[in-house]
Ligand binder design. Structure first.
Ligand SMILES: NC(=O)c1ccc[n+]([C@@H]2O[C@H](COP(=O)([O-])OP(=O)(O)OC[C@H]3O[C@@H](n4cnc5c(N)ncnc54)[C@H](OP(=O)(O)O)[C@@H]3O)[C@@H](O)[C@H]2O)c1
Length: 235
């Protein structure tokens, strides 16, 4: 395990996170996967057994700080303190007009979409800095670049992730650590089932995997700004 590159992927039980975790596993990574769905995690560990990578996992509700802290401790120990790529991907979406939203909804979406990435980055950045390398990818959204009527709570978290990314990059850069936010439009996953665009015309989850590989393969002194991944022909 010591020789394998390693990654921690949140929201690895579905959609983008599942595709990214599988892609990393298939290219030989040890991937620490998390999500609430322990059956899906066990299934992925089993699937990885015949492949070149190694899947490790812990079920975790990222809205609960004590569970995030347990996740961090377990992942860091299991990966021997080495995390090459952190993908803060898990997220939820709620839409509605501001006056119809509630402070409880605000707290919940912030805890999953923003607080958990903050906690994970806060814990792993020092390990990456010490090793002189690392890549933190935060999955934001086009809703983190532009806000619309009805997108307030989601956009607050996705704009916030880009703020977090900027500071991570500034603090990490002198130590060889990179951070980039990916801001896709519609991606064909269960999150947007029912969207007014057929899944076949959406960005595919594998496009996010390809983008992460592209970032990983840049030379140590090169990094992109945040990447807006547009759907051909619209949002
Ligand atoms: N699909 C799109 O069009 C689109 C566009 C732009 C950005 N994004 C962003 O991409 C990311 C991934 O979304 P997706 O489209 O792949 O959605 P998805 O298929 O619904 O997957 C969401 C993932 O997040 C995890 N998750 C949700 N709540 C959680 C919680 N409380 N604790 C732990 N894990 C939790 C889920 O795992 P469990 O159910 O196992 O907990 C699942 O693995 C999100 O941040 C989303 O905002 C998506």
């Amino acid at each position: 395990m010591k020789d394998r590159p390693t990654a921690l992927v949140t929201g690895a039980t579905s959609g983008i996170g599942l595709s990214v975790a599988r892609g990393l596993l298939d290219s030989g990574y040890t991937v620490f996967m998390t999500g609430r769905n322990s059956e899906a995690l066990a299934r992925e560990e089993e699937r990885a057994r015949n492949g070149p990578g190694q899947a490790l996992s812990l079920a975790c509700d990222l809205s609960r700080q004590e569970e995030v802290e347990r996740l961090i401790a377990t992942a860091v120990t299991s990966l021997d303190g080495r995390v090459d790529i952190l993908v803060n991907n898990a997220g939820i979406a709620t839409f509605g007009m501001i006056e119809e939203s509630s402070p409880e909804e605000f707290d919940h979406i912030v805890s999953v979409n923003l607080r958990a990435p903050y906690l994970l980055s806060r814990a792993l950045l020092p390990l990456m800095k010490r090793r002189g390398q690392g890549l933190i990818v935060n999955i934001s959204s086009v809703a983190g670049v532009e806000a619309w009527a009805g997108s307030s709570l989601y956009s607050i978290t996705k704009f916030g992730l880009r703020g977090l990314t900027g500071s991570l990059l500034s603090e990490g850069a002198p130590h060889g650590v990179k951070a980039v936010a990916l801001c896709p439009g519609y991606v064909a996953t269960p999150l947007v089932a029912g969207a007014p665009v057929p899944p076949g015309e959406m960005i595919q989850p594998e496009d996010l995997l390809r983008t992460i590989f592209y970032l990983r393969d840049l030379s140590p002194s090169a990094v992109t700004g945040d990447i807006v991944l547009k759907r051909l022909g619209g949002l």
